[in-house]
Design a protein around this ligand. Sequence first.
Ligand SMILES: CN1c2c(nc(N)[nH]c2=O)NC[C@@H]1CNc1ccc(C(=O)N[C@@H](CCC(=O)N[C@@H](CCC(=O)N[C@@H](CCC(=O)O)C(=O)O)C(=O)O)C(=O)O)cc1
Ligand SMILES: N[C@@H](CCS)C(=O)O
Ligand SMILES: [Zn+2]
Length: 757
Amino acid sequence: MQTTIVGYPRIGARRELKKYTEQYFRAEITQAELLLSAAKLREAQWLRQKEKGLDIIPVNDFSLYDNMLDMAFLLNVIPARYRELGLSALDTYFALARGHQKDGQDARALKMRKWFNTNYHYLVPEIEAGFKPNLQNNKLFEECAAAENLGLNYRPALIGPYTFLRFSLNKSAQSLDALADELAAAYSQIFSALAAYNCAYVQLDEPALALDLTADDIVLFERIYARLLAEKHGQKILLQTYFGDIRDIYTRVITLDFDAIGLDLVEGGQRNLELLEKYGFPAGKKLQAGLVNGKNIWRNDYQKSLVMLNRLAKILPQEQLVLSTSCSLLHVPYSVRYEQKLAEKYKQRLAFAEEKLEELSILKNLAINPDGDILRRNQEIILAGQNDPDFLNTQVREQARQSAAAEIVRQPDFAARQTAQQKTLKLPPLPTTTIGSFPQTPEVREWRKAYKQGELTAAEYKKHIKEKIKTVIARQEELGLDVLVHGEYERNDMVEYFGEHLQGFVFTENGWVQSYGTRGVKPPLIFGDVSRPAAFTVEWIKYAQSLTAKPVKGMLTGPVTILNWSFPREDIPLAEIACQIALAIQAEVLDLEKNGIKIIQIDEAALREKLPLRRADWQKDYLDWAVKAFRLTHYLARPETQIHTHMCYSEFEDIIETLKALDADVLTVEAARSNLTLLSALADYDKGIGPGVYDIHSPRVPSVEELADILRKMRARLDIAKLWVNPDCGLKTRAEKETLASLRNMVAAAAMLRQEN
Ligand SMILES: CN1c2c(nc(N)[nH]c2=O)NC[C@@H]1CNc1ccc(C(=O)N[C@@H](CCC(=O)N[C@@H](CCC(=O)N[C@@H](CCC(=O)O)C(=O)O)C(=O)O)C(=O)O)cc1
Ligand SMILES: N[C@@H](CCS)C(=O)O
Ligand SMILES: [Zn+2]
């Protein structure tokens, strides 16, 4: 029996890659320096994997920005607008990732989308025409050569052609079938080039097989692979699936000429096991069994894994088995050993990427020789977690249970609330606002760092933040925005900050996980029952409101987003955790209201993220309780309190009914990068709606005319009486100068439209 993983994080345990890359963006280091530092980081992680006993090490899972972008580069799927810039290969790569606006050149970035149900975002390749793989100087081959030099037993990993095709934007005139044929030929050329390297297997990631597949999808998959598998160049092919079961295609996949198949035995684990038991597994092929959870951070329950292994032993002999992770470890932090402040009793329950490597090794040994002491100790840790008195709150449990059983409906209905709110707020038509955060400048992050390290007192830190709030309120007044925000300067992150102020959460110092490109998050860990010891946003919002006669939005993160962007406990249902968090947020809503705050925004940026991959599971397994949790936060608010919510990075077309059911008075959503296709879906949205008028992921400043044009398009499709004017999302990642310029133009565009009416 061997061990492997699907992939490893790459940002560096201390976010080294972020630092190198951003230094390169600021022209502080050269290309050669960036590439050398990245190569050193990559090799150090391979050696760590080897040292931890991993038998087969994936390569090419590393990326300077994103694997889908790497694949587009390898296949030469580079739209003309970037090739025409005449940049170096590396700068072209970053231009696709981040856009390029310099010396009169202006190319927008590729679209970014959520990677399945994770908080990772990939870049969407645009297929214009023709796949001509670029086999020269490509990182894939450099990595293979480097791994070989180190004498590693390695396996190059690529995004598989089916997933690549399904997740790209087809801008060519070619049919999917034609593209599939070209793609198969292109991958075949890559295989041919890989024949020069000494890797036993090539890994093709096909997570798209865990989605609902139609008969046409299956035909397309078979069309690509029939050709590709007939043209192997000596190497063996691992079909790697993850994020769920592959019920729609398992029986086909086992008849194709793959040499190994990777199955997720955590998410969709039961279903995958049933498929194995019902249809068997082909003799002589390897089963890569994803037993160690790649998405959550709890220690593996060895007893449970051994039960799985026993079931597998009835299906195939041990030599055919490779122990692995359920998906790439990209979604978990590097190692628990970087946590200095976390108590040992909490640390022992955690397994980040490096600890998961150890778990694989232990499991391999346990499968051969079930060591009683190791199993006993593992069980003790797991049981201690389940019954941890530090985190038990019987009152919250009872309240959550009662709320789950109750009908949660805000009174009176929207029409009556709207009248009451207009009377208090007296907003003009097309009210202008922002989503909450203003630029988190280096000085703000430095203050926070100094405060956390004890170099600034709490009073000094607070004073600095309040000065920023004062300035941002003044700026918004100057700009003429109608509904103001306090800027969220006191927050490191919209979820981590909430975790830090609620009981039941534990947070890390170094538990960084890549969200996109150079940006990372430190998801809090939900260890137990959640409650709110004291109000924690009121002081900041009240202060901001005291500086202006205009309404300032109370800014909160919603329960579903807090849950989805944290690492959840696994001993109670997600629905119950969401309900507990909702009760904590409800208390904050009521406190803001008591303190004179008239508008409260409860962000549910991640509402769509964890929608089950299979449509049949959407409602009962997720949306029913997610909607209820959100309603629980605001249903006790007074009629004149205006409740806003915000969502980003989402395709809302198929969840419009859910958006309505949230019953928020105003909904702001990302729309700019979707070319406003969302507008038709939102046409019958029944409450206030603010589709973003400009993309905040780019430093580009939209002109007044461009924004007025967008607003005219919105006016044509949506009820103008309900329309709000705002950017796509928060402004925390932007610089101050471009932010003010963009907002100035946005306010001018709204004024222009009011005149036209
Ligand atoms: C809106 N999005 C969010 C998602 N997930 C979240 N949890 N939060 C989100 O806002 N998912 C979808 C989208 C897009 N995703 C992201 C993710 C991350 C960022 C982002 O800007 N991340 C920052 C880190 C933010 C943070 O926690 N900062 C801390 C630590 C600051 C720090 O690095 N300090 C330095 C010293 C200061 C310095 O040199 O700058 C240090 O410690 O060395 C803080 O502010 O205290 C990132 O940089 O990656 C945006 C969108
Ligand atoms: N209020 C948050 C929402 C981001 S999704 C912000 O403005 O950053
Ligand atoms: Zn957002």
